[in-house]
Design a protein around this ligand. Structure first.
Ligand code: SAH
Length: 255
Protein backbone atom coordinates (compact mmCIF):
# COMPACT_ATOMS: atom_id res chain seq x y z
CA UNK A 1 0.00 0.00 0.00
CA UNK A 2 1.23 3.50 -0.82
CA UNK A 3 1.98 5.49 2.30
CA UNK A 4 -0.10 8.61 2.80
CA UNK A 5 1.65 11.78 1.75
CA UNK A 6 1.83 13.05 5.30
CA UNK A 7 3.46 9.80 6.33
CA UNK A 8 5.97 9.98 3.53
CA UNK A 9 7.10 13.34 4.79
CA UNK A 10 7.32 12.19 8.38
CA UNK A 11 10.74 11.61 9.78
CA UNK A 12 11.81 8.85 12.11
CA UNK A 13 14.13 8.62 15.07
CA UNK A 14 16.25 5.61 15.98
CA UNK A 15 17.55 5.69 19.54
CA UNK A 16 20.70 3.71 19.02
CA UNK A 17 23.04 2.26 21.62
CA UNK A 18 26.66 2.78 20.57
CA UNK A 19 28.00 0.24 23.07
CA UNK A 20 30.68 0.91 25.67
CA UNK A 21 33.28 2.36 23.31
CA UNK A 22 34.98 -0.18 21.08
CA UNK A 23 33.61 0.06 17.56
CA UNK A 24 33.52 -3.73 17.23
CA UNK A 25 30.97 -3.91 20.04
CA UNK A 26 28.30 -2.17 17.97
CA UNK A 27 25.33 -4.28 16.94
CA UNK A 28 24.81 -4.91 13.26
CA UNK A 29 21.53 -3.01 13.50
CA UNK A 30 23.26 0.02 15.00
CA UNK A 31 25.77 -0.07 12.17
CA UNK A 32 22.99 -0.28 9.56
CA UNK A 33 21.06 2.61 11.09
CA UNK A 34 24.22 4.72 11.13
CA UNK A 35 24.78 4.04 7.45
CA UNK A 36 21.24 5.21 6.69
CA UNK A 37 21.34 8.30 8.90
CA UNK A 38 20.52 11.73 7.51
CA UNK A 39 21.15 13.42 10.85
CA UNK A 40 23.24 12.09 13.68
CA UNK A 41 22.77 13.45 17.21
CA UNK A 42 25.44 12.09 19.53
CA UNK A 43 27.22 12.66 22.80
CA UNK A 44 30.64 12.21 24.36
CA UNK A 45 30.35 8.57 25.44
CA UNK A 46 30.28 7.41 21.83
CA UNK A 47 33.52 5.56 21.08
CA UNK A 48 36.13 6.50 18.47
CA UNK A 49 35.29 5.86 14.82
CA UNK A 50 31.57 5.25 15.38
CA UNK A 51 30.28 8.64 14.27
CA UNK A 52 32.38 8.21 11.11
CA UNK A 53 30.22 5.23 10.10
CA UNK A 54 27.44 7.63 9.06
CA UNK A 55 27.55 8.83 5.43
CA UNK A 56 29.88 11.82 4.97
CA UNK A 57 26.93 14.00 3.91
CA UNK A 58 24.93 13.24 7.06
CA UNK A 59 24.56 16.18 9.39
CA UNK A 60 26.34 15.62 12.71
CA UNK A 61 25.16 17.33 15.86
CA UNK A 62 27.17 16.97 19.04
CA UNK A 63 25.09 17.38 22.18
CA UNK A 64 27.73 15.97 24.50
CA UNK A 65 27.49 15.87 28.20
CA UNK A 66 29.97 15.37 30.92
CA UNK A 67 28.95 15.43 34.58
CA UNK A 68 27.36 18.77 35.40
CA UNK A 69 28.48 20.29 32.12
CA UNK A 70 25.69 19.86 29.60
CA UNK A 71 26.34 21.19 26.15
CA UNK A 72 22.58 21.09 25.57
CA UNK A 73 20.10 20.55 28.40
CA UNK A 74 18.12 17.31 28.13
CA UNK A 75 14.79 18.98 27.36
CA UNK A 76 16.42 20.85 24.49
CA UNK A 77 17.86 17.62 23.14
CA UNK A 78 14.36 16.13 23.22
CA UNK A 79 12.93 19.13 21.40
CA UNK A 80 15.75 19.07 18.87
CA UNK A 81 14.94 15.44 18.01
CA UNK A 82 11.28 16.32 17.51
CA UNK A 83 12.16 19.27 15.29
CA UNK A 84 14.57 17.26 13.12
CA UNK A 85 12.05 14.46 12.67
CA UNK A 86 9.31 16.94 11.82
CA UNK A 87 11.52 18.12 8.97
CA UNK A 88 10.98 14.64 7.55
CA UNK A 89 14.51 13.43 8.20
CA UNK A 90 15.89 10.09 9.27
CA UNK A 91 17.44 10.85 12.63
CA UNK A 92 19.83 8.63 14.53
CA UNK A 93 20.18 9.52 18.19
CA UNK A 94 23.38 7.78 19.20
CA UNK A 95 24.08 7.19 22.88
CA UNK A 96 26.88 5.46 24.75
CA UNK A 97 26.09 1.95 25.97
CA UNK A 98 22.39 1.17 25.87
CA UNK A 99 19.82 3.95 25.40
CA UNK A 100 17.59 2.54 28.13
CA UNK A 101 20.27 2.07 30.82
CA UNK A 102 20.85 5.42 32.55
CA UNK A 103 20.66 6.95 29.10
CA UNK A 104 17.56 9.19 29.31
CA UNK A 105 16.26 7.26 26.30
CA UNK A 106 12.89 6.96 28.00
CA UNK A 107 12.44 10.73 28.13
CA UNK A 108 13.36 11.14 24.49
CA UNK A 109 11.05 8.31 23.43
CA UNK A 110 8.11 9.78 25.38
CA UNK A 111 8.33 13.20 23.80
CA UNK A 112 8.73 11.77 20.30
CA UNK A 113 5.72 9.52 20.75
CA UNK A 114 3.68 12.44 22.07
CA UNK A 115 4.38 14.10 18.73
CA UNK A 116 3.45 10.88 16.91
CA UNK A 117 6.95 10.48 15.56
CA UNK A 118 7.90 6.86 14.89
CA UNK A 119 10.65 5.80 17.27
CA UNK A 120 12.76 2.70 17.21
CA UNK A 121 15.10 1.48 19.95
CA UNK A 122 18.34 -0.24 19.02
CA UNK A 123 19.90 -1.77 22.13
CA UNK A 124 23.58 -1.49 22.87
CA UNK A 125 26.07 -3.21 25.14
CA UNK A 126 25.90 -1.32 28.39
CA UNK A 127 29.13 -0.19 30.09
CA UNK A 128 28.83 -2.81 32.85
CA UNK A 129 28.96 -5.62 30.32
CA UNK A 130 31.85 -4.02 28.48
CA UNK A 131 33.75 -3.58 31.75
CA UNK A 132 33.14 -7.16 32.90
CA UNK A 133 34.40 -8.45 29.57
CA UNK A 134 37.44 -6.19 29.69
CA UNK A 135 38.32 -7.19 33.23
CA UNK A 136 37.62 -10.81 32.46
CA UNK A 137 35.22 -11.61 35.29
CA UNK A 138 31.60 -12.81 35.18
CA UNK A 139 28.90 -10.57 36.65
CA UNK A 140 27.13 -13.62 38.03
CA UNK A 141 28.73 -16.87 39.08
CA UNK A 142 27.16 -19.81 40.90
CA UNK A 143 29.80 -19.68 43.64
CA UNK A 144 29.88 -15.90 44.01
CA UNK A 145 26.88 -13.89 42.89
CA UNK A 146 23.32 -14.91 42.24
CA UNK A 147 22.25 -11.39 41.43
CA UNK A 148 23.70 -8.33 39.82
CA UNK A 149 22.40 -4.80 40.21
CA UNK A 150 23.10 -1.68 38.19
CA UNK A 151 22.63 1.53 40.12
CA UNK A 152 23.35 5.19 39.59
CA UNK A 153 25.58 7.06 42.01
CA UNK A 154 24.38 10.40 40.75
CA UNK A 155 20.92 11.76 41.41
CA UNK A 156 19.26 14.77 39.80
CA UNK A 157 19.88 16.91 42.89
CA UNK A 158 23.53 15.71 43.19
CA UNK A 159 22.87 13.64 46.32
CA UNK A 160 23.24 9.88 46.65
CA UNK A 161 20.25 8.25 48.20
CA UNK A 162 20.48 4.52 47.59
CA UNK A 163 19.01 1.58 49.42
CA UNK A 164 22.32 0.67 51.09
CA UNK A 165 20.89 -2.37 52.87
CA UNK A 166 19.72 -3.86 49.59
CA UNK A 167 23.09 -3.15 47.96
CA UNK A 168 25.09 -4.67 50.83
CA UNK A 169 23.55 -8.12 50.39
CA UNK A 170 25.93 -11.06 50.12
CA UNK A 171 26.05 -13.01 46.85
CA UNK A 172 25.49 -9.92 44.75
CA UNK A 173 27.52 -7.91 42.26
CA UNK A 174 26.94 -4.17 42.42
CA UNK A 175 27.83 -2.00 39.44
CA UNK A 176 27.61 1.70 40.05
CA UNK A 177 27.36 4.11 37.13
CA UNK A 178 28.30 7.76 37.63
CA UNK A 179 29.70 6.93 41.05
CA UNK A 180 33.23 8.36 40.95
CA UNK A 181 32.37 11.65 42.60
CA UNK A 182 30.52 9.92 45.44
CA UNK A 183 33.08 7.26 46.32
CA UNK A 184 33.55 8.30 49.95
CA UNK A 185 29.84 8.06 50.65
CA UNK A 186 29.41 4.84 48.69
CA UNK A 187 32.28 3.06 50.44
CA UNK A 188 31.30 4.16 53.93
CA UNK A 189 27.55 3.56 53.54
CA UNK A 190 28.05 0.07 52.12
CA UNK A 191 30.34 -0.83 55.00
CA UNK A 192 27.91 0.64 57.53
CA UNK A 193 25.21 -1.54 55.93
CA UNK A 194 27.32 -4.64 56.56
CA UNK A 195 29.40 -5.24 53.42
CA UNK A 196 32.92 -6.21 54.54
CA UNK A 197 35.60 -3.61 53.86
CA UNK A 198 37.78 -6.21 52.19
CA UNK A 199 35.16 -7.02 49.51
CA UNK A 200 36.92 -6.97 46.13
CA UNK A 201 36.14 -3.88 44.06
CA UNK A 202 37.41 -2.25 40.89
CA UNK A 203 37.26 1.10 39.20
CA UNK A 204 37.12 0.89 35.43
CA UNK A 205 37.85 4.01 33.43
CA UNK A 206 36.65 4.07 29.81
CA UNK A 207 36.11 0.34 29.49
CA UNK A 208 36.86 -0.95 25.95
CA UNK A 209 38.31 2.43 24.83
CA UNK A 210 41.97 2.76 23.88
CA UNK A 211 42.46 4.70 27.14
CA UNK A 212 40.87 1.96 29.25
CA UNK A 213 42.34 1.67 32.74
CA UNK A 214 41.43 -0.80 35.45
CA UNK A 215 42.12 -0.27 39.14
CA UNK A 216 41.48 -3.35 41.27
CA UNK A 217 41.08 -2.59 44.97
CA UNK A 218 38.91 -3.32 48.06
CA UNK A 219 35.71 -1.64 49.13
CA UNK A 220 37.37 0.20 52.02
CA UNK A 221 40.21 1.47 49.79
CA UNK A 222 38.05 2.77 46.94
CA UNK A 223 38.38 6.49 47.71
CA UNK A 224 42.13 6.16 48.26
CA UNK A 225 42.61 4.24 45.01
CA UNK A 226 40.63 6.80 43.03
CA UNK A 227 42.61 9.65 44.53
CA UNK A 228 45.97 7.98 44.06
CA UNK A 229 45.42 7.30 40.37
CA UNK A 230 43.28 10.36 39.66
CA UNK A 231 40.37 8.27 38.38
CA UNK A 232 37.88 10.48 36.56
CA UNK A 233 34.51 9.93 34.87
CA UNK A 234 33.45 8.11 32.80
CA UNK A 235 34.24 5.25 35.13
CA UNK A 236 32.33 2.37 36.59
CA UNK A 237 32.58 1.03 40.05
CA UNK A 238 32.21 -2.72 40.44
CA UNK A 239 31.88 -4.27 43.89
CA UNK A 240 31.60 -7.94 44.73
CA UNK A 241 33.60 -11.12 45.12
CA UNK A 242 33.37 -11.83 41.37
CA UNK A 243 35.97 -9.10 40.89
CA UNK A 244 38.53 -11.46 42.44
CA UNK A 245 38.03 -13.76 39.42
CA UNK A 246 39.26 -11.09 37.01
CA UNK A 247 41.73 -12.41 34.51
CA UNK A 248 42.17 -9.49 32.17
CA UNK A 249 45.34 -7.91 33.49
CA UNK A 250 47.18 -11.20 33.34
CA UNK A 251 45.89 -12.70 30.09
CA UNK A 252 44.65 -10.01 27.75
CA UNK A 253 48.07 -8.89 26.55
CA UNK A 254 48.66 -12.41 25.24
CA UNK A 255 45.75 -12.29 22.76
N1 SAH B 1 23.76 4.41 28.69
C1 SAH B 1 25.08 4.19 29.20
C2 SAH B 1 25.29 4.81 30.55
C3 SAH B 1 25.25 6.31 30.55
S1 SAH B 1 25.46 7.01 32.14
C4 SAH B 1 25.37 2.68 29.23
O1 SAH B 1 24.45 1.88 29.03
O2 SAH B 1 26.52 2.29 29.43
C5 SAH B 1 27.14 7.52 32.10
C6 SAH B 1 27.99 6.67 32.99
O3 SAH B 1 28.15 5.39 32.43
C7 SAH B 1 29.40 7.17 33.20
O4 SAH B 1 29.48 8.16 34.19
C8 SAH B 1 30.11 5.90 33.63
O5 SAH B 1 29.83 5.61 34.98
C9 SAH B 1 29.40 4.88 32.77
N2 SAH B 1 30.13 4.55 31.54
C10 SAH B 1 29.70 4.70 30.28
N3 SAH B 1 30.60 4.22 29.40
C11 SAH B 1 31.62 3.76 30.14
C12 SAH B 1 32.86 3.10 29.83
N4 SAH B 1 33.22 2.83 28.57
N5 SAH B 1 33.65 2.74 30.86
C13 SAH B 1 33.32 2.97 32.13
N6 SAH B 1 32.17 3.58 32.48
C14 SAH B 1 31.33 3.97 31.51
Amino acid sequence: MMPLLSEQARGTVSLVGAGPGDLELLTLRAWRRLQMAEVLVYDNLVGPGIVELAPPQAQRLYVGKSAGNHTLPQDEICRLLVRLAQQGRRVVRLKGGDPFVFGRGGEEMDLLLQHRIPVEIVPGITAALGAAASLGFPLTHRDHAQSCVFVTGHLKDHTIDLNWQALAQPGQTVVIYMGVTGLETIASELQAAGLPGNTPAALVYKATWPQEAIYPTRLRDLPRTAERYGVKPPSLLVIGSVVSLAQAWSTRQAL
